[in-house]
Design a protein around this ligand. Structure first.
Ligand code: AMP
Length: 114
């Protein structure tokens, strides 16, 4: 169950995290193993395991997560130079099954990603 993931524990305050933003719908904290100088995860409070598990009911929430990422990128001084990543499913590199957006920046970013 998604509530039992590491991120569920962070939401419930059972695990510490370096929180940079929170509101009634989501929270954001620094990735423990950063892939870039700035690497922040934005997660919904609602336990949606993967993006493909989201439904039409989650439309506003998904938009809120992206706009929150914008706000955090600005707050972190990344300007317009950042990338949002959602790994969907184990085959695509997802390791924590509570939906999260990676905000990555602070260095030049190559394309395509690995
Ligand atoms: P993903 O592989 O897309 O599921 O991303 C999971 C991310 O969570 C990885 O980038 C991990 O480094 C990060 N991570 C795992 N455990 C923690 C934790 N306790 N606090 C912060 N980030 C974590």
């Amino acid at each position: 169950m998604s509530e039992d993931t590491i991120f569920g524990k962070i939401i419930r305050g059972e695990l510490p995290a370096d929180i940079v933003y929170e509101d009634d719908q989501c929270m954001a904290f620094r990735d423990m193993y950063p892939a870039a100088p700035t690497h922040i995860l934005v997660i919904p409070r609602k336990p949606i395991p993967r993006l493909c598990d989201a439904t039409a009911e989650d439309q506003a929430l998904l938009g809120h997560l992206m706009l929150t990422a914008n706000k955090i990128a600005e707050q972190e001084g990344m300007g317009d130079k950042f990338r949002l990543v959602i790994n969907n499913g184990e085959g695509a590199g997802q390791s924590v099954f509570h939906l999260h957006l990676h905000i990555i920046g602070g260095r030049p970013l190559k394309w395509p990603p690995g």
